[in-house]
Design a protein. Structure first.
Length: 254
């Protein structure tokens, strides 16, 4: 049984579909009921199994409520994919306390307490795995990303600390660090999403943004039993984004 947060679109939806195709029953968690229902319909149509939980992870009580709902319906939790994220881009002078608290609540507090609430079930699982979804922003220092970047850096630190503490319980904790991906979180604030994606792609040495399915594949690789000896790892999947802009070829070079 896998819990996937932020499962209504983007990387979360792609990961949920792939995990379901590999035989896991998936709990789709998110704020938008219609989006979750659509993803569940896709999973059902493909022969998988899913349930939906409409919830706001910014609320303190939500992580425990999500785990309780999953246990009531399935009796177990084996995998958690902490994918839900809040993104606000503002300069330091523009950030409010409420802005700050929202990003920390969704991006740091919710993953932590979702794992805590699920600990008894994870300890009872034959193959427990937590996959946290970070961002290249965790390793880059950009204007307007002071708070988003620090929450993702915190998530990576949490990954390694949890991995160290929970290894004795055979609970693996790992992390993927995507670069810019063609998801709503990157385009919703822009009138022309195609132009925005082109701009983001130009910042990537390999010349394009990623697709949600490309990140989902690595989430599955880390969940798979073949990765049984992998814990505490932060896997960068970003087309080279953290390396900086690709250098222009010198005259005469191809």
């Amino acid at each position: 049984m896998a819990i996937v947060t932020g499962a209504g679109s983007g990387i979360g939806a792609a990961a949920a579909r792939l995990l379901a195709s590999q035989g896991l029953r998936v709990a789709l968690v998110g704020r938008r009921r219609e989006r979750l229902a659509a993803v569940r319909g896709e999973i059902d149509a493909a022969g998988g199994a899913a349930l939906t939980i409409t919830a706001d992870l910014a609320l303190k009580t939500t992580p425990a409520e999500v785990v309780d709902a999953v246990l009531d319906q399935t009796g177990r939790v084996d995998v958690i994919v902490n994918n839900a994220a809040s993104l606000t881009l503002k300069s330091i002078g523009e950030f409010t306390v409420d802005d700050f608290d929202d990003l920390v609540a969704v991006n740091v507090r919710a993953p932590y307490f979702l794992v805590k609430a699920a600990l008894p079930s994870l300890r009872a699982s034959p193959a427990p795995v937590v996959v946290n979804v970070s961002s290249a922003a965790a390793a880059m220092y950009r204007r307007r990303q002071t708070v988003y970047g620090l929450t993702k850096a915190a998530l990576e630190h949490m990954t390694m600390n949890m991995a160290a503490e929970l290894a004795s319980d055979r609970i693996r904790v790992v992390c993927v660090r995507p670069g810019p991906v063609a998801t709503e979180i990157h385009t919703s604030a822009f009138a022309d999403s195609s132009v925005r994606l082109q701009e983001l792609g130009a910042s990537v040495p390999l010349g394009r943004v990623g697709q949600p399915e490309e990140i989902a594949r690595w989430i599955w690789h880390l969940v798979d039993r073949d990765a049984d000896w992998v814990t505490g790892a932060v896997l960068t999947i970003d087309g080279g984004r953290v390396l900086g802009l690709a250098a222009a070829p010198a005259p005469g070079e191809q």
